[in-house]
Design a protein around this ligand. Sequence first.
Ligand SMILES: Nc1ncnc2c1ncn2[C@@H]1O[C@H](COP(=O)(O)OP(=O)(O)O)[C@@H](O)[C@H]1O
Ligand SMILES: [Mg+2]
Length: 146
Amino acid sequence: MVQHLLLAVDGSASSHHAANQGFGLARQTNSKVTLVFVLESPPVIPVGPLSGYVMTSPPRTEADLERARAELKTLAHDSGVTVDTRVELGAPADVICELADRLNVDLIVIGARGLSAGTRWLMGSVSDRVVHHAPCPVLVVRDRKR
Ligand SMILES: Nc1ncnc2c1ncn2[C@@H]1O[C@H](COP(=O)(O)OP(=O)(O)O)[C@@H](O)[C@H]1O
Ligand SMILES: [Mg+2]
């Protein structure tokens, strides 16, 4: 029996589809929901002459934070269940797994794909990593239209 679900969204339609499946399950099981959006922190070069410099992606801004918060608020508002929303900073899969552990959730619900356009693989790198490292069962929702 599930009582607490962790739904992870990244702004993609696929993640929203997964979240909506999660909300449906939460309504059926009377579970509470934690909804998380992880803002990926830019990698910092650990060694060498450029160490400490952020090279590969721009830093997160206040606007990114607000966008993520607004997205979670809209999803939660339309869901019809009790939702705790949180925006976290870090490596998405690791943050999702740590949070699942810390909150002792019964199930993680994620999309098979996210924002990256590639269709070569069944699952994206975040869903793949969550499936391999999660401390609890994971529901990976494939979007039939894709
Ligand atoms: N930054 C993130 N914050 C929260 N959930 C995420 C994040 N990135 C991915 N996810 C979850 O993982 C699913 C798969 O995304 P991902 O593995 O990144 O695929 P892709 O490679 O297509 O972007 C998403 O539908 C979402 O549920
Ligand atoms: Mg992604």
